[in-house]
Design a protein around this ligand. Structure first.
Ligand code: SOE
Length: 385
């Protein structure tokens, strides 16, 4: 008996870091998971023809286009995967949804709240015709964080009181590091806030099942001018670090810290949740583990214990290796597209939706407004007298 599954044509725009990792996910997903649709790597889009062709060859794409509009219009493209800088997310996503193509869009959803709202409206309209959309918050698909969410949802933590989350990188610590698109507001929307802060806001909302209802924020740009790579300098127009406090919809409190200046921290995305019954803690640099403290343990024996999240009963893990054989960053994207293909095949809306992306964008926007002084700032008097 034939068990042939239908295929779905993917058109991906962008072929840098995210393009590489998404390509890997599209290529391997159906070899480990059994989504109802098998991806066909139909078309890779990029502005420079030679570089796009070289990337297509390397990553396994059948054809290329240098104009994203032409890519969307093709009959062999059913789903558009947006891996470009944020400045292009809104126009590509809205055009694709209007053309009846499913969309996967990298995070943060957009460069501004207005764009994110327009994208969420387009997604809502497209949904009426069975067209699906998802924003790529890949850390939701780390098995340990998906497990953490299940523990919270099952009531194992009790009432959520504190969430403490940081996302620390160090690649800008050297003032001589050159400009990149990530340091231009018109290209990236914001700096550490949108790039890293968006992930921890989504992770906090995902794990707790709650939303951030208000913030008080501080942002800074430590190095305002950097070499532009052509012998001159360029202006940095985004934040280098963003710190904020938040209130959660369940009544708890949360703290968030995003920076590209934490020397020695390469990709340290950490989350700790303290509930009335238990605490859990996660650090992406040990992404196969979760720390767990049960409040009911006798004080003399209590302590944080390490759960190795590599059992077949843990989210996503059963599709991979035997217990103790660890997963990495790239697996989170494979899980992401497995969930997306399953939702499309089953005629369901995938998560996180563009509305979830908009919810994060609202927090980012509130952070920027608060940091600009809207929420006020209480100075501490200097001197000793
Ligand atoms: C760069 O800071 C970056 O690649 C982010 O853009 C990603 O979202 C994050 O997963 C790793 O760091």
């Amino acid at each position: 008996m034939s068990t042939a599954r239908e295929t779905i044509g993917i058109g991906m725009v962008g072929h840098a870091f995210m393009g590489a990792v998404h390509s890997h996910a599209w290529r391997s997903v159906h070899r480990f998971f059994t989504p109802p649709l098998i991806p066909r790597l139909a078309v890779l889009g990029g502005r420079d023809e030679a570089r796009t062709k070289a990337a297509a060859e390397r990553f396994g794409w059948a054809e290329t286009e240098t104009d994203w509009r032409a890519l969307i219009a093709r009959d062999d493209v059913d789903l558009v995967d947006i891996c470009t800088p944020g400045e292009h997310h809104a126009e590509i996503a809205i055009a694709a949804l209007e053309a009846g193509k499913h969309v996967l869009c990298e995070k943060p959803l957009a460069n501004s709240l207005a764009e994110a709202e327009a994208m969420a409206r387009a997604a809502e309209k497209a949904r009426e015709n069975g067209v699906r959309s998802m924003v790529a918050f890949n850390y939701r698909r780390v098995p340990a964080l998906a497990h953490a969410r299940n523990l919270v949802a099952n009531g194992a933590l009790g009432e959520i009181r504190h969430v403490r989350t940081v996302y620390l990188q160090d690649w800008l610590s050297d003032p001589a590091s050159p400009m990149t698109w990530r340091l231009h507001k018109d290209k990236a929307g914001s700096g550490a806030l949108g790039d890293l802060g968006a992930h921890i806001v989504d992770a906090a909302q995902f794990v707790t099942g709650e939303t951030v209802t208000g913030v008080s924020a501080l942002t800074d740009t430590f190095v305002k001018e950097r070499p532009d790579g052509n012998g001159g300098t360029g202006q940095v127009t985004v934040d280098d670090a963003a710190l904020f406090l938040g209130r959660l919809s369940g009544g708890g409190v949360a703290s968030f810290e995003a920076t590209r200046y934490a020397l020695g921290r390469k990709n340290s995305m950490r989350l700790e949740v303290n509930g009335s019954k238990a605490s859990l803690a996660f650090d992406f640099e040990s992404m196969n583990e979760l720390s767990w403290f049960a409040g009911e343990d006798p004080a003399t024996e209590a302590g944080f214990r390490r759960i190795l999240v590599t059992e077949p009963g843990h989210p996503y893990v059963g599709a991979w290796w035997p217990p103790g054989h660890l997963l990495g960053y790239e697996h989170t994207f494979t899980h992401e597209v497995a969930d997306l293909l399953t939702a499309i095949g089953d005629g369901r809306d995938p998560e996180p939706s563009f509305e979830d992306g908009l919810r994060v964008q609202r927090v980012l926007d509130a952070v920027e407004r608060s940091a600009a002084g809207e929420a006020g700032w209480t100075a501490v008097p200097a001197g000793v007298a």
